[in-house]
Design a protein around this ligand. Structure first.
Ligand SMILES: Cc1ncc(COP(=O)(O)O)c(C=O)c1O
Length: 455
């Protein structure tokens, strides 16, 4: 593949905004697995997010912050739509929406005729649950670990139509996929019509064997609806591989779009069977757009989905989920409050077990003019190694390690190991933290800079 083709596959023009041509050609030669571990690549991506120095945000599941290029594009769309007023709606909007919808469909591996843009997973899945022509005594199967909004929607159908909901409980440590499949299978009766399954359970991170569950359910004549709130944009897959009939996801979670964007996929032959919430007599019963007649809505959000996909493709979902099998160790360490200093700090450490060590954050390396050796010392420091252990790893004397540390501290204007580690997280000067915070050094700190890649 030549450079032009590479750029095209990774999202075209936007990539150039993120990486310089020379970096681009370096990255283009790297296999996903290697690039997934390239700290400089991730540091560049990280630099595209404006993080607050006030706290470390660890919750990206509600929604992920938009990368700066996406946010800027979004603001541009808001301005442009505002200026064009209704003319935009009457002339360009339908084509724009179709273009974005088609792009999303391609990403999901389905046709545009089977996918609509919604506001979120809740709207997508509730449209399906509410759209069923339920009869009293019909049954639905779901898990206690499913998302509350959808569980509530099933409860509403029970009150309104007299359906029966069977709720299974997913084991925390299943022995095999078959155990999960069997759990759902046991809940199915001849009256079961719909089974809801999470692609990725939000409270445990468990990725469920959706394909196996769908095959089992279909063999029993049961439709399958999959909650992809946390999978779309985070895992590499195409919806048809899952074998489900309906799939809903939010794009503001792992695709990093502005708030209020989602998708609903309905398999072509299932569209006619769903009642829309909002009527649209101009749409055929088999046209998925009949489910999308929500009235006037913030169309600039739809437009920014395009920009979010550009940025997301720059990273590449394969890189985000590479090493899913890899074991991670998550540790937290409190950097305590001191008299007169209000804010305690929490160091969160994500360690890649058995990881091959790479350079630390490229920005930090450049900012402080760190040599390769100094970078290695910092990495081992971050992994919690003592001077002696670092010396052994690097084949140096303890004295030399101490000298390296002294020089690193001079360069980073820190005086303690804790302060140095904190520098790696809050690289001065924009986010300067009072030096006082880092004086205490009665414990060994391990840590890695937290990167928010929306993943
Ligand atoms: C598993 C799961 N499904 C659905 C949702 C609802 O997402 P939204 O509020 O974007 O509709 C969430 C929200 O976090 C979730 O975790």
């Amino acid at each position: 593949m030549n450079k032009r083709e590479f750029v095209k596959t990774l999202g075209g023009a936007s990539l150039g905004l993120v990486f310089s041509p020379s970096m681009l050609s370096r990255y283009m030669a790297m296999p996903h697995a290697e690039l997934a571990q390239d700290e400089a690549f991730w540091a560049t991506i990280r630099g595209k997010y404006k993080l607050t120095p006030e706290y470390i945000n660890l919750e990206n599941g509600y929604y992920s912050m938009q990368a700066e290029p996406v946010l800027e594009a979004f603001i541009g769309h808001v301005r442009s739509i505002n200026v064009q007023a209704s003319r935009y709606m009457r002339t360009k909007q339908p084509d724009d929406k179709l273009r974005v919808r088609t792009r999303l469909a391609k990403m999901a591996g389905v046709t545009a005729e089977e996918l609509i843009i919604t506001r979120n997973t809740t709207e997508s899945l509730d449209t399906v649950i509410n759209g069923y022509d339920w009869k009293p005594g019909d049954e639905a199967v779901m898990a206690a670990q499913d998302y509350g909004a959808m569980l509530d929607m099933f409860k509403l159908q029970a009150r309104r139509h007299g359906i029966v909901n069977t709720v299974v409980s997913l084991p925390l440590e299943p022995q095999s996929d078959d155990e999960i499949v069997q759990l759902y299978a046991n809940a199915i009766t001849p009256k079961t019509r719909l089974l809801m399954v999470a692609h990725l359970v939000n409270i445990t991170g468990h990725i469920l064997p959706v394909r196996k569950i769908a095959d089992m359910a279909h063999a029993r004549g049961v439709d399958v609806m999959c909650d992809g709130a946390h999978a779309f944009g985070q895992l590499a897959f195409r919806i048809p591989e899952l074998g489900c009939d309906y799939y809903g996801a939010s794009l503001h979670k792992w695709l990093g779009t502005p708030l209020g964007a989602g998708i609903l996929y309905v398999r072509q032959d299932k569209i006619a069977g769903l009642w829309p919430i909002y009527a649209d007599e101009s749409m055929a019963d088999t046209d998925i757009r009949k489910l999308n007649h929500t009235g006037t809505h913030p169309v600039h959000t739809d437009l920014a989905i395009d920009d979010a996909i550009d940025f997301h493709e720059t990273i590449g979902v394969e890189r985000i989920c590479f090493g899913l099998e890899q074991q991670l160790l998550l540790r937290g360490l409190c950097v305590p409050d001191e008299p007169l200093v209000r804010n305690s700090r929490l160091l969160i450490i994500i360690e890649n077990l058995n990881q091959k060590l790479e350079c630390p954050d490229a920005n930090i390396q450049q900012r402080y003019h760190l040599t390769e050796r100094e970078q290695m010392v910092i990495i081992y420091l971050m992994l919690g190694f003592t001077n002696k252990e670092i010396a052994n790893r690097l084949n140096l004397s303890e004295y030399t390690v101490k000298e390296h540390l002294k020089r690193i501290m001079q360069k980073t204007k820190t005086t303690t190991r804790t302060g140095l580690l904190a520098r790696m997280i809050f690289p001065a000067p924009q986010t300067e933290i009072p030096e006082l915070l880092f004086r205490e050094e009665s414990f060994t700190v391990t840590g890695l800079p937290i990167a928010n890649t929306g993943s």
